[in-house]
Design a protein around this ligand. Structure first.
Ligand SMILES: NC(=O)C1=CN([C@@H]2O[C@H](COP(=O)(O)OP(=O)(O)OC[C@H]3O[C@@H](n4cnc5c(N)ncnc54)[C@H](OP(=O)(O)O)[C@@H]3O)[C@@H](O)[C@H]2O)C=CC1
Ligand SMILES: O=C(O)[C@@H]1CCC=N1
Length: 279
């Protein structure tokens, strides 16, 4: 990224804030503008990122942008893109959409066509520089623009390029929505810990440090998750009792079903019919 790269975010919600936080934290010397109709949302942005420009006017926000990050809900994307069409057709910036299930062909059509479009499926751990993003570029994205998109998302985590746009449904199901699955498990474990008599603070510490330690160990070890699990599970011991209970409840099937529900929802958001069957 060069010092004068101008990046405009349309939508100042959870995902935009997560990426902006990572970019700001990474000291990337970029000029960031954020546009959102909601002034109170912009107040949050101003408080968190005092060096970002903010506006409620999408046209003004994109007028000199090199890169536009579309970070609104899929349901309002068409209206937003059609509103931006006259501006972007003048300046032809690179478009990066983080929306789940909004296809490159729809984005291109709504924006008036002939634009470099990157679809990105990031996740909220971008907020702490530990994001995971799947990226897909249309044929109008130059090698230089690909590098720029990659370096933006690498500033907030790890990047995986995809040749097949359809695989973004699966990335959405695994890593886009994925943090929520782990948080749900953490919530459930914390509730259970509290039922033993721990305070909420104690329960949170026990669970968070365990989740962090398990993730760090999995990242740093050459062993697979299955091997790492076996190393915790003493024969006839406590872990075995818990794992047997989880597996008797059909845990693997529950996760397979949940991930496929997410992927199918992504397909439906893109205008298709749910097509992915449970294993
Ligand atoms: N949250 C996540 O973990 C992830 C989200 N995504 C994708 O990111 C996108 C945004 O999600 P998320 O950040 O969670 O959603 P949020 O609702 O938090 O953010 C969207 C923001 O866009 C604003 N907005 C609405 N209309 C306009 C408009 N016309 N112009 C500019 N801004 C507008 C909304 O304002 P208001 O609230 O007033 O409507 C809101 O502040 C979605 O498409 C989602 O699929 C992708 C990966 C992960
Ligand atoms: O729930 C959603 O639709 C978005 C996409 C992935 C994570 N959040």
């Amino acid at each position: 990224m060069t010092t004068n790269t101008k990046i405009t975010f349309i939508g100042a919600g959870n995902m935009a804030s997560s990426i902006i936080a990572g970019l700001v934290e990474s000291d990337s010397a970029v000029e960031i503008t954020v546009s959102d109709p909601n002034e109170s949302q912009l107040d949050v942005v101003r408080a968190q990122f005092p060096n970002c420009h903010t506006t409620t006017d999408n046209h003004q926000a994109v007028s000199t942008a090199d890169v536009i990050v579309l970070a609104v809900k899929p349901q309002v994307m068409q209206v937003v893109c059609e509103g931006l069409e006259p501006s972007v057709q003048k300046t032809k910036p690179m478009i990066i959409s983080v929306a789940a299930g909004v296809s490159e062909s729809s984005l291109s059509r709504w924006l008036g066509g002939e634009l470099p479009v990157v679809r990105c499926m990031p996740n909220t751990p971008a907020l702490v520089g530990a994001g995971m993003s799947g990226l897909y570029a249309n044929s109008r994205v130059s090698a230089e623009q690909k590098n720029l998109a990659e370096s933006m998302l690498r500033a907030v985590g790890v990047v995986m390029w995809l040749d097949n746009e359809d695989m973004l449904h699966a990335v959405t199901a695994v890593s886009g929505s994925g943090p929520a699955y782990f948080f749900l498990v953490m919530e459930a474990m914390q509730q259970s810990a509290e039922s033993f008599g721990f305070t909420p603070e104690q329960a949170r510490l026990l669970v968070q440090q365990t989740a962090f330690g398990a993730a760090k160990l999995a990242m740093e070890s050459v062993d697979s998750a299955a091997v790492l699990r076996a190393k915790v599970t003493s024969k006839g011991g406590t872990t075995e009792a818990a794992i047997n209970d989880l597996q008797a409840s059909g845990l693997e099937g529950i996760f397979d079903s949940a991930l496929k529900a997410a992927a199918n929802r992504s397909i439906v958001l893109s205008g298709g019919q749910p097509a992915i069957e449970k294993s």
